[in-house]
Design a protein around this ligand. Structure first.
Ligand code: DAH
Length: 334
């Protein structure tokens, strides 16, 4: 009997010695100390012994169990301690990975492009560093126009400037393409403005231009109405207010019914029920002549809309500066 106990003790010691990781250690525990392990089997054999031998046997097995457990826990501790601080701990939760995303203005720009391309408009681009010719002269803006002052516009040198509007892309496009044409040009523009909740020296516009046979003011209004309905919902209304722009005649400012109160009047629309979105009009014959398009044969309409304004309304953002501060707590919400 003692022999059997000694054998078990030796086999256990060898197995424990050979175990070098937690998996092997668990297997050792299972085989000898587990609920159906070898020690249990030994206890089970006690019934076969004559009654007077049982107490001594029980004591011996219990003592053995104490020894094995002690050896086991000691080994477990030493294994734990030997795992150095920089070893890979596969049980640890992994680091959180942040995925990148599109800037909210890029998302709105994508949506604008989607809607207008579905209506047959192409997407065109022009440089952000423009010449005064494209930004003003070709757009029928006289030299004395207040927008040309350096209190309003940012000049570089040699007649170059940061474009103040996306309208110069109209000229560049008409120089390259003959009518009929329908294009939009989303992009950044720059003005000599102090930043506040509604102004940023850099902001975005989307320009639109259509030139063809017999295009009318009604088509301009219908196009903008459909655009805003796709953006803000089918019940959106559109309103034109008479205005003046050097490059359109007649010209109109574009209002949409307030996206928050649906026209009833609220804080955002200052109780008017309407929100200003941009400018529009019929392309001035002088502009068509500048790019050698005959205004007797062709007419055109144009518009220039603020992209931040749309983003602020779509996402409920009340300060334009948030789009340019790149605070990740803001950007991660989109
Ligand atoms: N360029 C004008 C601005 O920045 C907006 C504008 C108005 C563009 C009327 C147009 C237009 O194409 O027809 O204030």
């Amino acid at each position: 009997m003692q022999e059997q106990l000694d054998q078990l003790r030796t086999a256990f010691a060898e197995a424990l010695e050979a175990a070098t990781d937690t998996g092997a250690l668990a297997a050792v525990h299972h085989r000898w100390l587990g609920a159906k392990g070898e020690l249990r089997t030994l206890f089970g054999q006690m019934k076969q012994l004559p009654a007077e031998q049982r107490p001594a046997f029980g004591q011996a097995v219990n003592a053995l169990r104490g020894d094995l457990e002690q050896a086991f826990f000691a080994k477990q501790e030493s294994l734990r301690a030997s795992v150095s601080a920089d070893a890979i701990d596969l049980s640890r939760p992994g680091p959180r990975l942040h995925t990148g995303g599109l800037h909210p203005l890029a998302q709105v720009q994508d949506r604008i492009i989607e809607v207008f391309t579905s209506m047959g408009f192409t997407v065109n681009e022009g440089p952000e560093v423009e010449t005064e010719y494209y930004n003003f002269d070709a757009l029928n803006t006289p030299f004395w126009h207040p927008a040309r002052r350096d209190s309003d516009s940012l000049y570089i040198e040699d007649g170059h400037m940061l474009r103040t509007e996306t309208s110069p892309v109209q000229i560049r496009t008409m120089q390259k393409r003959r009518p009929p044409l329908r294009m939009i040009a989303p992009g950044r523009v720059y003005r000599n403005d102090k930043p506040d909740a509604t102004h940023s020296p850099m902001f975005m516009q989307v320009e639109g231009l259509a030139v063809g046979h017999g295009l009318t003011f009604a088509e301009l209004k219908g196009t903008l109405l459909e655009f805003y309905r796709r953006l803000f919902g089918r019940d959106t209304k559109l309103r034109f207010r008479p205005h003046f722009f050097p490059f359109t005649e007649p010209s109109a400012e574009v209002d949409v019914s307030c996206v928050f109160c649906r026209g009833a009047g609220c804080r955002v629309c200052k109780q008017s029920g309407w929100l200003e979105m941009g400018g529009s009009g019929m392309v001035d014959p002088e502009v068509l002549k500048e790019v050698a398009i005959d205004p007797e044969e062709y007419t055109g309409y144009a518009f220039g809309l603020g992209i931040e304004r749309m983003a602020m309304l779509l996402y409920g953002v009340d300060d334009i500066r948030l789009f340019y501060e790149n605070d990740l707590r803001f950007l991660r919400q989109f």
